[in-house]
Design a protein around this ligand. Structure first.
Ligand code: CO
Length: 466
């Protein structure tokens, strides 16, 4: 899920404050280049990143369990309803189904989940004073936390593999979103129907399916006219999986027309450049500058016209806290003067967005989701009693996680709009709008969650796809 700057207006002259709490990013001129230097984190996936880093052997790719092919249709499956061997518990399942329905604990009977991509830090950053070492408290080494985090990442990998193999033009965005959500619930073995289950595990934020000039934060809402995916669409798929509040935030872009290949390549390169440059004691401004340089070295030809790929300048990567998708730190995709450093124990969603439009996202019509505002009270007593009851339900089921209307329907609520609107107008809930570049433009996104552990950087959501 992307983090938007506080700016609603496109102010090119806006200065970038250097304080860590700001998520502003200004429009400094493009074209200033920083040299990129490797930290042994790239190129291990054999994908199309084209990076000839010679430190490849220091990285260890995630081992995602492969999905079986679409051998049986969903309809056949429902009719059969046989579950051979499963109940006997003798032979653990070794392959995921399509669509994914085997809980991960059945695929990993040891209860240990595979690590993400492990990257060594540059030697300079591993030499730290004892007081600096204390900052992170080594809490990311907690075996339970780490295992939960790796499990959530494996749920993400297996779900997105199914999306990449099965989603086709002609499907509605609701079908796709529900497909993703059904998969995540099945793999977590948590239907999320009982009060509080959604806080044990579930979604980090609303499933984003943003098309073309909609850069981010679109999700299909119940009761609205559904959108059908078209062959020429560019779709950003952004979903989050959490276990005990530890959120994996990871996104990719799908297209069915090779016209957009360079747009996707630019953004994938920019995100991998951000991941490669991230590390303990690294200045955020240095990561941003490297991202911008990578992104803007590409152009894309669409129907006879050539467009530079612009980094979207008012969206940011962000740190992640427990049950909070956006922490305090933000990582713009353009050059800035933010001297804030990444620290041991930080968890970052390294994401970038590139666009053929203006490279600036404005709020569009509709609603993506809702989340408790920062100063949301413990209880509310508003004149609208349904709002008070709804507030209690929201806190019990989502806490500080961002949710969407489809998630409210899932837990059995309906006719909640008056209550929601009341909570929003009283400043108790924040609402999030879809973010749009200019009509006719195309945008792409890639995103991974990384853990700045004491000894190594773990790209926890890395897969063999991206
Ligand atoms: Co994000």
């Amino acid at each position: 899920m992307g983090s938007k700057t506080l700016e609603n207006e496109d102010r090119r002259e806006h200065e970038i404050p250097s304080s860590s709490g700001s998520c502003s990013a200004g429009g400094e001129p493009r074209g200033s280049h920083l040299s990129r230097d490797g930290d042994g984190c790239m190129g291990s996936q054999g994908a199309d990143e084209g990076d000839d880093d010679d430190d490849d052997d220091e990285c260890h790719a995630a081992t995602a369990v492969s999905l079986t092919g679409p051998t049986s249709s969903e309809a056949n499956k429902k009719k059969k309803r046989k579950r051979p061997k499963k109940k006997k518990g003798k032979t653990p399942a070794s392959k995921q189904t399509s669509p994914p329905r085997i809980p991960l604990h059945d695929l990993f009977p040891s209860g240990e989940y595979p690590p993400g991509q492990l990257c060594d830090y540059e030697t300079t950053s591993t030499v730290k004073a004892p007081e600096l070492r204390y900052i992170g408290h080594g809490f990311l080494e907690d075996p339970t936390l780490l295992n939960d985090y790796r499990k959530a990442a494996e749920v993400h990998r297996q779900t997105r593999k199914w999306v990449q193999e099965s989603v086709k033009p002609g499907q509605t965005l609701t079908e796709i979103a529900v497909g993703i959500e059904d998969s995540v619930r099945a793999l977590l073995d948590n239907a999320g129907l009982e009060t509080g289950q959604g806080l044990q595990s579930g979604f980090g934020f609303p499933t984003g399916l943003s098309l073309n000039h909609c850069v981010a934060h679109y999700t299909p809402n119940p009761g609205q006219k559904d959108v059908v995916l078209q062959h020429q669409d560019v779709m950003k798929v952004d979903f989050g999986v959490h276990i005990n509040g530890w959120i994996v935030d990871s996104a990719f872009t799908m297209s069915f027309d090779p016209t957009y290949d360079n747009l996707l390549a630019a953004v994938k390169d920019a995100t991998n450049t951000g991941i490669k440059n991230a590390g303990i004691d690294v200045r955020i401004s240095d990561v941003s500058a490297a991202i911008q340089e990578a992104m803007e070295s590409y152009e894309v030809e669409i129907r006879g016209k050539t467009y530079p790929v612009k980094a979207v300048r008012n969206l940011c990567g962000h740190d992640i806290k427990r049950y909070r998708i956006h922490g305090e730190k933000t990582i713009p995709f353009i050059k800035n003067s933010n001297q804030t450093k990444m620290e041991e124990g930080d968890i970052f969603a390294i994401e970038t967005f590139g666009s053929t439009g203006r490279g600036f996202a404005k709020d569009g019509p509709g609603i993506y989701g809702y989340g408790l505002s920062h100063d949301a009270p413990e209880h509310v007593s508003l004149p609208l009693s349904s709002a008070n009851k709804l507030y209690k339900t929201i806190k019990e089921n989502f806490g500080t996680l961002v949710f969407c209307r489809r998630y409210l329907n899932h837990i059995g609520l309906d006719r909640y709009l008056a209550g929601i609107n009341c909570l929003v107008s009283n400043g108790i809930l924040d609402d999030y709008a879809p973010l749009m570049d200019i009509p006719g433009s195309y945008s792409a996104q890639f995103e991974h969650t990384i853990l700045l552990r004491e000894s190594r950087k773990e790209v926890i959501s890395r897969g063999d796809d991206y």
